[in-house]
Design a protein around this ligand. Sequence first.
Ligand SMILES: Cc1cc2nc3c(=O)[nH]c(=O)nc-3n(C[C@H](O)[C@H](O)[C@H](O)COP(=O)(O)OP(=O)(O)OC[C@H]3O[C@@H](n4cnc5c(N)ncnc54)[C@H](O)[C@@H]3O)c2cc1C
Length: 417
Amino acid sequence: MSSTVDVVVIGAGAAGLAAGRALGAGGLTSVVLEADARVGGRAHTEIMPDGAPFDLGCHWMHSASLNPFVDTADAFGVRYERREGYGRSGFFRQGVWVEDVEVAAAFRAMNERQKSVADAWSQGLDQSVFDTVERDGPWTEVLDFYDTLNTSSDVDQISIGDLVSYNDTEENWPVVDGYGALVSQWGAAVPVSLNTAATCVQWQGPGVLVETAKGQIKAKCAVIAVSTGVLASGDIRFVPELPTEKQDAIWALPLGNYNRIRLEIDRAVFPDDVTERVVVEREGHPPIQISLGAYGFNCAIGIVAGRHADWLERAGTDASREAVIDALCYVFGNDIRSKVKSDRQSAWRGNPFVRGAYSTAMPGQFHQRAVLAKPLADRLFFCGEATSTDHFCTCHGARMTGERAIREVQSILGHPA
Ligand SMILES: Cc1cc2nc3c(=O)[nH]c(=O)nc-3n(C[C@H](O)[C@H](O)[C@H](O)COP(=O)(O)OP(=O)(O)OC[C@H]3O[C@@H](n4cnc5c(N)ncnc54)[C@H](O)[C@@H]3O)c2cc1C
């Protein structure tokens, strides 16, 4: 494969596909390179043996009224649920279900925590969540866990800028048929060269030269749509090296981790009035969230994040499966163990084409999202969830940044169409 195009896009996740779609509509010639054998990146749905779609990556259309994927889902007839919040959660704490009145106290603690974070930010402090919020409250561990689910990193690793700057309309709509399936249907119109990893981007000018194992591509500019995990790994060599400012931004926005561990289990083992999901707290174990019988399927899906997710992923699939089964047994009794049939798990840290879950601005580094997003020399354009300043960590945010990158490209190359 050797060719000359106007624009080469590296990566066919939501950001790269959005770029490819915008280029297709705009009349510039382009090619989209994808290292993996499939498109979608962190948007990936697999169909389980019982027909259940299982999202290994994104599942919720966050901030739905601002989320362009809602219209896309309507256009493709992809099913999702409209709801406020995330639905009903139960909390199983040190051997008992938490009473509603105590759950109300947890919400009050969450509001207090948000206020502390907002106050610190308004004073110009960019510091960690750990250094900002109450550390000794009865709900601190659970609220830390929620912040870790939202950012995929632990609270000592998260800038409070990420918490205050995220544009959250509190409408979180799950894609019943799979968010990954939605993204791949939407991206199907984009011609993508699969199994084509970019290994080197020469951008000394004029234009760029991108090397892949299948040949070289010459272009007027490149759109870089890979994760910060991939950028930090050095898997793509830049010649000349990226300027220090850009490298610092990449290092300041590392990916955390977040994995889904799905067990196939007869949902009749759960009581009829059980909550949609349970957060399990046990002495000596990090909290774990388990969704129970999602959409009527026979399954329980454990969710782990941050260092806990890294630890379990490294410990292996058996250990991860046992962690979810142990937590289920703790809540529902030991009979559960013999009812688990099979499991399927994500392992995002080990995925060589992503290398983690989603980006977190390190304490003191929130401003680096805007730095990462800046084009270089009218030849390199950056997109992907980490480059969003208000919808980072999300699939729709990634899409918006891909569209933004092509507006930037068009401001340089024009609109031939
Ligand atoms: C477990 C999990 C749960 C999540 N839940 C949600 C959720 O509920 N809602 C939500 O909105 N978001 C969620 N997210 C985040 C969301 O999935 C991501 O923010 C979004 O999909 C990122 O898209 P992207 O295009 O920026 O990057 P990616 O999806 O990482 O796309 C980058 C692409 O580049 C490719 N690539 C890498 N290296 C090369 C190379 N050298 N050459 C060519 N191609 C290369 C990769 O294979 C990949 O396809 C979740 C993520 C995870 C992991």
